[in-house]
Design a protein around this ligand. Structure first.
Ligand SMILES: Nc1ncnc2c1ncn2[C@@H]1O[C@H](COP(=O)(O)OP(=O)(O)OP(=O)(O)O)[C@@H](O)[C@H]1O
Ligand SMILES: [Mg+2]
Length: 382
């Protein structure tokens, strides 16, 4: 039986870019699927198709048992969405934003207010709750947007990079909220660029690259393919790189990686802290002075190297601005069309939604990391 989120052969092209190139997904009810991939991999496109905001060129999708293409309205009633770009009303306060969502979902006034208070508390926004959202920091908007997605508890939730832009404490808290949600039976699809996050939250992980699923499995399965943990050593002097590399390869379970400019050598290992102590001893015996040494878990980059033989590349050559999301900094495509200009087939599909319609709302572009604009004020369908 297909799961709560099911997709087969999804294809979506934007001009020459195949944003989705035959994606199959199956998320059993009550589980979390992590869609893991670099900038431009197709994560947001997949979320937009599954949440009825974008029509695929080919393929089928069924969410909460309902055909996404045939009955989009019914699907929208069964899902919650927290998009990549926080969609809050700038001029309303945090409390008003949340109350409004409750009212849209037909909650009574008192119930909507109570729910808003509860969520403000849960997302540490109580103090800021009565200020207009336009005075919020990026992380606060993000949290408000996530709170809004949780006003009602839909059976199926989509979160597009929910923790991007959150500081470590807020990230941890959000992880807890997500875990509670899933313990309560919600099915969740979340996208992320962090293996650690997918590892922590997701039952199953799909690694996506250039619109294709290049690997899928549990986090343990992926890590096993990736060769588990890494020992990372920074040597004090460049002339010791060769000796240190020799030592590390002796302990390693796969190819070592040398970064000349940072004098860093990395190798996959099994054996944990005990092994680390042995590596330190051996480096000492060989006279290698080290600045730093540590054991770390594999990152998305490590997964990519072991799966594809190369590091995760952003989608350059897709007409991007170098941040790999294929969008120019002002949120327009290279040819100057609005982000959604390429989606002519959708007609009015986006309604007021237009996530990423990329006008002047993308104010935080300047100092935001690649692709992390906050287009606050952009509505989205819930
Ligand atoms: N509306 C659009 N018009 C033209 N190209 C688009 C549009 N939406 C997405 N693309 C392109 O499709 C590809 C996949 O984009 P998508 O936003 O799905 O990536 P992503 O995995 O979400 O990346 P990120 O991590 O940067 O959010 C990119 O090359 C992007 O430039
Ligand atoms: Mg995205």
């Amino acid at each position: 039986m297909p799961g709560a989120i099911y997709a087969e052969g999804l294809v979506k092209t934007f001009g020459k870019v195949r944003a989705l190139d035959g994606v199959d997904l199956d998320v059993p009810e009550g589980t979390v699927l992590g869609l893991l991939g670099p900038n431009g991999a197709g994560k947001t496109t997949a979320v937009r198709v599954l949440t009825t905001l974008l029509q695929p060129d080919r393929g089928t999708a069924v969410v909460a048992g309902i055909d996404v293409l045939k009955h989009p309205d019914a699907v929208r009633r069964s899902i919650g969405l927290s998009g990549q770009f926080a969609a809050v009303d700038e001029y309303l306060t945090g409390r008003e934003n949340l109350t409004m969502v409750g009212r849209l979902y037909q909650m009574g006034g008192r119930a909507a207010k109570a729910r808003a208070t509860e969520l403000l508390e849960r997302f540490h926004l109580t103090d800021a709750g009565d200020r207009p959202a336009k005075t919020y920091s990026g992380g606060m908007r993000r949290r408000l947007d996530l709170a809004a997605a949780l006003v009602v508890s839909p059976p199926v939730m989509f979160m597009d990079e929910p923790t991007t832009g959150l500081d470590p404490r807020n990230r941890q808290q959000l992880w807890e909220v997500i875990q509670e949600l899933v313990a309560g039976g919600t099915t969740l699809l979340l996208t992320t660029q962090y293996l650690e996050e997918a590892d922590h939250l997701a039952h199953d992980i799909c690694v996506v690259d250039h619109g294709r699923v290049i690997a899928r499995g549990t986090s343990d399965e992926l890590k096993a393919r990736t060769g588990g943990e890494r020992v990372e050593v920074v040597v004090h002097a460049a002339e010791h790189i060769g000796t240190a590399d020799e030592v590390l390869r002796g302990f390693g379970k796969g190819a070592s990686k040398i970064e000349q400019h940072t004098r860093k050598i990395t190798v996959p290992v099994t054996g944990g802290a005990k092994l680390l102590a042995e590596v330190i001893r051996e480096l000492d015996v060989r006279g290698v002075e080290i600045d730093d040494i540590g054991l770390r878990r594999p990152t998305l980059d490590d997964v990519f190297i072991s799966l594809t033989g190369h590091a995760a590349e952003t989608a350059e050559g897709n007409g991007g601005d170098g941040d790999g999301d294929g969008k120019d900094r002002d949120g327009k495509d290279r040819d100057g069309k609005d982000r959604d200009g390429g989606d002519t087939a959708e007609g009015g599909e986006d309604g007021n939604g237009k996530p990423g319609d990329g006008d002047g709302g993308a104010t935080a572009a300047g100092d935001a990391p690649a692709g992390r604009r906050s287009a606050a004020g952009k509505g989205q369908r819930r």
